[in-house]
Design a protein around this ligand. Structure first.
Ligand code: 0X9
Ligand code: ZN
Length: 442
């Protein structure tokens, strides 16, 4: 009888749902990358480097990966409008290049197959409605929709964090450290095996840059391993963890719904362009090299340091725990690098060698992917206002940026089938950081 009543109630809810708009963002513009290509060009000398710089400026090309020296490739996103002309110019200058992605939209459509609908319009509409109907039922049963076979939306990720906090209350605490520009909670998961007292801690964040989907996937995997795998209990014995899987949830959602290649936050800037680069918005050497005051730039530093609610909330939270947090890891993609401050210029902290030794020990744990360790500005490019530099500047000794896989074959559009291999490869390296901080008294 109760079951019958439940079915009747849910059927009514289901019918009512069909008349209300389900997702307002559907009505916003969706950006297509049909015909866009990813080219990788390798300059061999100064003349070729300067030539590439010139065409980047002439065509306002978006750079996915910088080349810092001869024989290192630069990855460029090329709109279909310029491809014929650019082919001729590169051939004239005899610069070797390779087309890494022949059609960006196809690559995007194939990236996340479990989530992208692939049936006819009728089938898709039917399955979407069916899924919604089922979801209404399932939401009453404790559980979650998270896995590491596909990239998930913020709702799934937050659903999982809430599930963990409810299921393992002695281990997991979910802290909302603020709200994003569009009002989403900014969640940090605290994982600690002791209810009283504090141990030295490791901070990990993901999703600063919206389009780097592998980063929240790895951050949630780490949470899952620490909380749900009994064998990893030793990683909690002497260390507390603060993990924020999605630092820029507005941008992340925007990449799922409107523009897969969005990087920044989604704040209004008082111009036609939205958002600031959160990794140029932290308050150390803010506004320096590798940043832009142009609001439409991908590396717009924001109107002032910590102008973005996301960076402000994170910095307030971390500042309050600066004595406890000994390691700061921020997960980005791509390139397979462990980057050491400073990033604002080719400058080295006094304890650089200690930082490098620890990073090298961590890198030696990777089995599948090879990571390069070195100074951030030197290996990539100078870029001020990064979260890693800021964390280092407030006294967090071991502060690193991790550029996860790959090295450029797929770039930001890393197929979902790579999630598990990348996560499994990365996780064992955390042991090195645990061993380092476990002995520190706070
Ligand atoms: O440019 C960035 O913000 C990072 N690379 S990414 O491709 N993920 O955008 C590198 C940041 C390195 N750290 C600093 N420059 N502080
Ligand atoms: Zn990034």
């Amino acid at each position: 009888m109760t079951l019958l009543l439940a079915i009747v109630v849910f059927s009514c809810v289901f019918v009512a749902c069909q008349t209300a708009p389900q997702d307002q963002s559907w009505t916003e513009d969706v950006v297509s990358y049909s015909g866009f290509q990813l080219w990788s060009a390798t300059p061999r000398n100064k003349t070729e480097r300067e030539f590439l710089l010139k065409i980047r400026q002439d065509y306002e090309l978006e750079v996915w990966r910088e080349s810092r020296s001869d024989n290192r490739p630069v990855d460029l996103l090329i709109s279909p409008d310029f491809q014929t002309e650019l082919k001729l110019r590169l051939a004239d200058a005899q610069i070797p290049y390779e087309v890494k992605i022949a059609d960006m939209q196809t690559e995007i459509n194939n990236e996340n197959p479990n989530i992208t609908d692939s049936g006819t319009e009728f089938e898709n509409r039917f399955t979407t409605r069916f899924k919604r109907y089922m979801a209404a039922f399932i939401s009453f049963i404790p559980g979650h929709k998270m896995d590491w076979n596909s990239y998930h939306r913020v709702d799934d990720i937050y659903g999982y964090l809430n599930y963990l906090a409810d299921t393992y209350p002695r281990l997991v605490q979910l802290v909302s450290v603020g709200s994003s520009y569009e009002g989403r909670p900014l969640y940090v998961v605290r994982i600690s095996s002791s209810s009283s007292g504090t141990k030295p801690a490791i901070w990990i964040d993901g999703g600063i840059h919206a389009r780097e989907w592998i980063s929240p996937a790895v951050a949630t995997y780490i949470i899952q391993q620490l909380v749900e795998v009994a064998d990893n209990e030793r990683l909690l014995r002497n260390v507390d963890w603060y993990i924020m899987p999605v630092m820029n949830p507005d941008g992340y959602e925007y990449t799922h719904v409107n523009n897969r290649l969005w990087r920044k936050t989604r704040s209004m800037t008082g111009s036609r362009c939205r958002g600031a680069d959160p990794n140029r918005n932290f308050g150390y050497q803010w506004g320096g090299k590798g940043t832009s005051r142009d609001k439409c730039s991908e590396i717009y530093h924001g109107s002032n340091a910590f102008s973005e609610p996301e960076t402000r909330a994170v910095s307030n939270f971390i500042s309050g725990k600066a004595n406890q947090i000994q390691v700061y890891l921020t997960l980005h993609s791509y390139g397979q690098y462990l980057l050491i401050p400073w990033g604002y210029a080719v400058e080295y902290p006094a304890d650089y060698n200690e930082m490098r030794d620890l990073a090298k020990a961590a890198a030696s744990k990777f089995r599948r992917y090879k990571y390069t360790v070195g100074n951030s500005a030197d290996l990539l490019y100078p870029a001020a206002g990064g979260s890693d530099d800021w964390a280092k500047s407030i006294g967090i000794k071991y502060s690193y940026t991790v550029e996860l896989a790959d090295t450029g074959r797929h770039g930001f559009i890393l197929p979902a089938s790579f999630i598990q291999p990348v996560c499994e490869d990365f996780f064992p390296a955390l042991e090195v950081f645990v061993d380092k901080v476990a002995t520190i008294k706070v």
